[in-house]
Design a protein around this ligand. Structure first.
Ligand code: GLY
Length: 304
């Protein structure tokens, strides 16, 4: 069974229809690209990398090109990738690369490590031939300028403001994908620019295996939403372990989303089980999620 599911981040509030449409079409395009990768004989790992790269290159998403700036005006990105063969790795707070997901894959394939951060991650990327790249967009720059213009002078005030922004922040346009290939390998991948105006060095759930990304022989999953909460809940590992214990993939995703709601954690999750059955669930207002398999001629929207 060849199958893939992707998400283009969850929104906690309703967004204008034209933005929802752009997010939907970007996620659909990524899903179909990932599916074509499977059809051409690529592995699930190749498929999720291709799908996530497609969304990293689409400035409508907060991942790769289009990532938010942090509080200090830098773009620090997180990504991770994992397969049901037990390999997985991430990069966190990486700057100046076009596709963090591909750097994460390189960490997985060429080092014994599971997480490389900051300057070390960038150095690693350069050593492996990833060229310097500026992921900033005009929209991210405008957002930063507007936000910086409003910053108070004293550090205490800055931090207070930061907390306020975090409370009001409702958009989590992280991207992710999960695929299963003809050999039964499951892979999951997730990439993000994190929150706007995050503190420098802040790491969310995305590069953490078991939080933002997880894959095992029963299923794979990718999360979006409030990173700190997703880490505390261990969202993707919880989903995969539940499927492993016999829970239907859709029920497993519903359970964690409900748990998130109870704990006031906005989150969304996509998952595929080993038979290619998908689920996309969230407790917000919007999450573009698309699925394609051998039974479908094009990617279809999955309503969470
Ligand atoms: N879920 C993405 C983040 O919190 O960074």
């Amino acid at each position: 069974m060849l199958a893939i599911i992707v998400h283009g981040g969850m929104e906690d509030t309703v967004i204008p229809p034209h933005l929802a449409e752009r997010r939907n079409s970007g996620a659909k395009r990524a899903c179909e690209l990932g599916y074509q990768t499977l059809v051409r004989g690529g592995s699930a790992l190749d498929a999720v990398e291709a799908a996530v790269r497609c969304m990293e290159d689409d400035p409508i998403f907060d991942a790769g090109t289009g990532s938010y700036y942090n509080l200090c005006g830098e773009i620090e990105m997180d990504a991770s990738i994992m397969t049901s063969a037990g390999e997985g790795a991430g990069v966190a707070c990486i700057q100046r690369v076009q596709n963090p997901i591909s750097v994460a894959r390189k960490v997985m394939e060429t080092t014994p490590h599971v997480l490389i951060v900051g300057e070390g991650a960038e150095l690693f990327a350069r050593l492996h031939g990833f060229p310097e790249y500026d992921p900033a967009t005009e929209m991210a720059r405008r957002l930063l300028e507007e936000q910086v213009a409003k910053l108070p002078e004293e550090l205490r005030e800055v931090l207070k403001r930061y907390q306020e922004i975090r409370k009001k922040h409702k958009s989590y346009s992280t991207v992710g994908a999960v695929a299963v290939d003809g050999r039964g390998l499951i892979a999951a991948a997730t990439s993000t620019g994190g929150n706007p105006q995050k503190l420098p060095g802040r790491v969310g759930d995305t590069p953490i295996l078991g939080a933002g990304t997880f894959a095992a022989s029963a299923a794979g999953a990718s999360a979006t939403g409030h990173g700190e909460g997703i880490i505390k809940l261990g969202v993707t590992r919880t989903v995969v372990e539940a499927v492993n214990k016999g829970r239907e993939v859709d029920t497993a995703c519903q359970d964690i989303v409900t748990a998130g709601k109870g704990a006031k954690i906005p989150l969304g999750v996509i998952a595929l089980d080993r038979r290619g059955r998908p689920s996309a669930q969230h407790n917000g207002a919007f999450m573009p999620a698309f699925y394609q398999s051998e039974e479908l001629s094009e990617a279809v929207y999955i309503k969470g």
